[in-house]
Design a protein around this ligand. Structure first.
Ligand SMILES: Cc1cc2nc3c(=O)[nH]c(=O)nc-3n(C[C@H](O)[C@H](O)[C@H](O)COP(=O)(O)OP(=O)(O)OC[C@H]3O[C@@H](n4cnc5c(N)ncnc54)[C@H](O)[C@@H]3O)c2cc1C
Length: 202
């Protein structure tokens, strides 16, 4: 990922105003690339998306936006004009982590994740979304549930990484086999969560 993308992602994940980022973020989310970082961040953080057409404006939850590879639930006349990133309170940390064959390539597998900790370092809330592991960005709900209420060790994070990809069947293509993507996916989930936990702990 390029430094500019990292900056945009970190700004987005920090809940900063995104109006300054003009159309880049809405376009990239509307593009709905299953290997894109921003669609995955939008899904992880439960973004709200304003959609405008001649019929008026409506708000769509990120969880309702993606329909398949490069496909959204938006109508042909609808334009995504605004993205709202909810701000997480308290001791929160976030991370985007991924593996690509070369620097700047689309990732083979990746994660956007966030955790909120209580005063004892126990996870109160977790969000885990995956990229490159299906036909669209995916939420790893079972893994989220598994980390809440725990202060996981490195072994615990590995277990949660494996759980995040357990039910997935990523496709095999010229870049990687589905089996490889799944193995890498489990690893980046564990690593990304480790980063998010460290950031939350300060
Ligand atoms: C060499 C290269 C490397 C890349 N690497 C990455 C990467 O690592 N990670 C990553 O996430 N992306 C990557 N991208 C994708 C890139 O960041 C853009 O997200 C992507 O190209 C879409 O932007 P665009 O200007 O091409 O959009 P467009 O072609 O203008 O639009 C894409 C689609 O979205 C629709 N659309 C555009 N704007 C809106 C809107 N406001 N509302 C509704 N629908 C809309 C269009 O109709 C079109 O169907 C890469 C692109 C290239 C060329």
């Amino acid at each position: 990922m390029s430094p500019m993308k990292k900056t945009l992602l970190l700004a987005a994940m920090a809940g900063l105003s995104l109006s300054m980022m003009l159309s880049v973020i809405p376009i990239t989310i509307a593009h709905a690339d299953p290997a894109g970082e921003l669609p995955t961040v939008a899904l992880a953080l439960d973004c709200e998306l304003d959609v405008v057409s001649t019929a008026g404006t409506r708000t769509v939850a990120a969880s309702e936006l993606f329909a398949g590879t490069w496909e959204t639930t938006l109508g042909p006349e609808e334009l995504l004009t605004r993205v709202r990133f909810p701000v997480w309170p308290g001791r929160s940390g976030f991370a985007v982590d991924e593996v690509a064959r070369r620097y700047g390539d689309f990732a083979l597998a990746g994660v956007a994740c966030g955790v909120e900790l209580d005063a004892d370092g126990v996870v109160l809330r977790a969000a885990i979304a995956l990229l490159g592991l299906g036909s669209m960005p995916l939420r790893a709900s079972a893994a989220e549930a598994a980390i809440v209420g725990r202060a996981p060790s490195a072994d615990g994070l590995s277990e949660i990484g494996r759980l995040a990809v357990a039910d997935l069947e990523p496709t095999t293509d010229i870049h990687a086999s589905g089996e490889y993507r799944r193995a890498v996916g489990a690893h980046v989930v564990a690593r990304g969560l480790g980063t998010a936990l460290a950031r939350a702990a300060g």
